[in-house]
Ligand binder design. Sequence first.
Ligand SMILES: NC(=O)c1ccc[n+]([C@@H]2O[C@H](COP(=O)([O-])OP(=O)(O)OC[C@H]3O[C@@H](n4cnc5c(N)ncnc54)[C@H](OP(=O)(O)O)[C@@H]3O)[C@@H](O)[C@H]2O)c1
Length: 339
Amino acid sequence: MPSEALRPVTVAIAGYGNIGRQVAVTLLERRARYAQVHGCDVRLVAVCGSRTGAVNAQGFAAASGIALEEGLTGCEFLAQIAPDVLIEAGPTDFATGGPALGYLTMQLGAGRDVVVVSKGALVHSGARLRELARARGASLRISGATAAALPTIDLIETGLRGAKVLALEGVFNATTNFLLNAMMARGCTFAEALGEAQAGGFAERDPSRDIEGWDTACKLTILANFGLDAGLVLEDVAVSGIGDVTPERVAGWKAQGQVPRLVGRLDCTGEAPVASVAVRTYPLDHAFAHIPGKTKALRVETDCMGEILTMGGGPEPLATSCAALKDFELVLEERAGRG
Ligand SMILES: NC(=O)c1ccc[n+]([C@@H]2O[C@H](COP(=O)([O-])OP(=O)(O)OC[C@H]3O[C@@H](n4cnc5c(N)ncnc54)[C@H](OP(=O)(O)O)[C@@H]3O)[C@@H](O)[C@H]2O)c1
């Protein structure tokens, strides 16, 4: 397609850490695909972190050429740039919504599209942001915040459309799955398994949100609200983690032929949805007994489409970045549909 026939689409990235940088690299590598498949001339025009950022109205040619400057960040900075699509990959802060809340409110309020990776704003103000997006006719895509590469929100919104979800349960946190597997299969203590995960670079330096179950609770809340209109707040979720998994409990589970998982569960069969995060155990003939390493999984029970299981995961930060860019392509399709 000749370049003059392509529709220009400008993109900015807010939050330029592991995920944001990988999004920039892959987005720029895929420009030819966006032209060919979507008829779009995609230009990355700005990125920003907590104190620095960069802007190029013509679009950066390659992520390696992005030079960050002090002061180029914040809502006003991005409001001036007014990107067609904002990909948000900043820190998760579910107590306040974090910086994402301001960025998303600004972008959606102006009727422009967003792809969200962080969870805080979606947990804190998800209903308000959804309403804002609906009222302004803007796209709000959230795969990165709901277990990323594992199809969760897509499965519920698209794959199971027309079916009633009776219950779902998910292993949404890769770090805790790794820790439980290491304790069960290799006899590691909790501290040894955690040390290994931190040395491998996939457990946070402060892993408390993963271990105490809050990361799983956030993903469950977002999935329940965005996918099933559950109307949950985080306080509705009964949350416990894996911090009390002792060698004695591990030995007991082994003796009983049971495998523990940290599971976020939503039961939709009563008057109001009931949500919890806790260690649950599964017999060896259950699929959840066989979720390797840092893999995630989701099992959904429906009224008419049976029981659906999805399981997987890829190397980070590529997998999450590509989940965000899958959302970005869905946004390109939605934009084309709007004309
Ligand atoms: N890493 C994963 O595998 C993964 C998977 C799924 C979802 N997530 C979510 O994705 C998000 C990003 O993760 P990450 O691993 O990329 O984290 P990260 O490396 O810590 O990056 C976070 C970025 O946010 C920036 N930031 C902080 N305050 C900001 C502000 N006010 N405005 C703009 N940017 C700001 C930081 O800037 P500075 O560089 O200046 O500090 C940093 O660049 C998190 O919310 C995380 O929960 C991560």
